[in-house]
Design a binder for this molecule. Structure first.
Ligand code: NAP
Length: 250
């Protein structure tokens, strides 16, 4: 796996280090390409092209967000879809819509794996996803739909958010706002999945859900840290292994 990081964003550095550690743990070779903040679009695209052509690289991960002067969409469009272990390339996104995928985006896929591991059935359940980003909210909703959930996607323009959330048997929060989901938004016995990675008023890592006040209301809840985050990394490793197999016709 090749991990490309541009600039000095401290959060990105932590994510990249965790991904490299996971590669080591799995026995995968990983190569880090740490580029300076002032890297140009042309230089970054040239690196992606080189990595696409390298036979001993099966997965390419460009850590987002990129510095503002770079066009992340163009960069992702230039990754070979077979090496796109984040599943952000339009080809892979389209396959997710059709339900015929090689790779699933790591965070939503990790959430589904967690639901399976705890034998939480999605079929026929009211599923509410708060957030509609391309990397979390939209694919999350699609995966729940593929498993026959009745899915509602909420966003910043949603009216009656609290009422909609209270209908959820499975509530997924991917908002990016600390402790946004409060106890009065959660139905008794709901399954609550917290995707958020936020900082509270003391700078401590927390999720989008007010865990302390919600935990006694629901049947299952994921903590932050320790819930969805590690699942995201394990799915990335799964995607990398799959990419190596596909590229070697195994
Ligand atoms: P994002 O791109 O900023 O999307 C946030 C979404 O929340 C948007 O769709 C936005 O609506 C919606 N939203 C914002 N304010 C809202 C409000 N008041 N009411 C209802 N919806 C609202 O964020 P993201 O990349 O999806 O990430 C979401 C969170 O997950 C972040 O905390 C991020 O750090 C975390 N994350 C964690 C992992 C992991 O591995 N655990 C991976 C990825 C992301 P609009 O579309 O209308 O603006």
């Amino acid at each position: 796996m090749a991990v490309v990081i541009v600039g000095n964003d401290p959060a990105s550095r932590v994510y990249v280090n965790n991904k490299k550690k996971a590669c080591e743990y799995c026995g995968f070779k990983s190569e880090e390409y740490a580029l300076p903040e002032e890297t140009t679009q042309e230089e970054l695209l040239a690196l992606v092209k080189k990595l696409n052509e390298k036979d001993d690289i099966h997965g390419i991960l460009v850590q987002l967000p990129l510095p503002k002067h770079l066009d992340d969409k163009e960069v992702i469009d230039n990754i070979n879809p077979l090496k796109d272990v984040d599943a952000f390339h339009a080809v892979n996104v389209g396959k997710i819509m059709l339900g015929e995928y090689d790779f699933l985006p790591c965070t939503p896929s990790g959430v589904m794996e967690m639901l399976h591991a705890y034998d939480i059935k999605v079929e026929g359940k009211n599923c509410v996803v708060i957030g509609r980003s391309n990397i979390v909210g939209k694919p999350m909703a699609m995966l729940l739909l593929h498993e026959n959930g009745t899915v509602t996607i909420c966003h910043s323009r949603t009216k009656n958010l609290k009422e909609i959330c209270r209908t959820a048997d499975i509530l997924v929060a991917a908002v990016g706002k600390p402790k946004f989901v409060t106890a009065d938004m959660v139905k008794d016995g709901a399954v609550v999945i917290d995707v958020g990675m936020d900082r509270d008023e003391n700078g401590k890592l927390c999720g989008d859900v007010d865990f302390e006040n919600v935990k006694d209301k629901c049947s299952f809840i994921t903590p932050v840290p320790g819930g969805v985050g590690p699942m995201t990394i394990s799915t990335l490793m799964k995607n990398t292994l799959k990419a190596a197999k596909v590229q070697n016709n195994l």
